[in-house]
Design a protein around this ligand. Sequence first.
Ligand code: IMP
Ligand code: MG
Length: 185
Amino acid sequence: MNQDSPLFKDLSSVLYTEEELHSAVAELGHRITQDYQGKAPLMICILKGASVFFTDLIRQIDLPLEIEFMAISSYGASTVSSGEVRVNKDLDRPIQGRDVLIVEDIVDSGMTLSYLTRLLHNRGARTLKLVSLLDKPSRRTVQLSVDYSCFQIPDAFVVGYGLDYDEKYRNLPVVGVLDPKVYTK
Ligand code: IMP
Ligand code: MG
């Protein structure tokens, strides 16, 4: 995608370029490969935000992994969490006894992942770890630690590489700060 694209024009700054994302994701894939030697983890992509990160990440993990998808309700057209988590599409298979990795796009308040952690823990996963492309630790309202993340970011609303505002900007190849003029009228 060209930098002159109207999608790029709505960014106030680019936080991570395609190259930076690629090398961070490759490094994370390498770490997970090392940490899960001898295992066949089940990687769960949290739709839709994690989809772009997920498809890049799994190709950087050299293990006999399996994938699943789960869709949960997100912010919609707002930039703050409603605190309400709803499962819109559940897993296709049981996770009993599996080494599960939940893959998210970003951890903000932590409410989404803390809900999912409890849900999947109760379904009998053998181990459960959290992977997130981005982590905004300053915004946490619940206690939650992310096991694997590529970048810690300051408190700003970001889009691209799967992350949306009102379902747009997911196809931007970079991660950038959305210009507040887009959502403050
Ligand atoms: P949490 O439950 O507050 O941790 O929110 C996590 C979810 O909110 C993520 O999966 C995203 O869908 C959304 N979200 C949080 N911060 C941002 C952001 O800066 N840009 C886009 N989506 C975000
Ligand atoms: Mg979202």
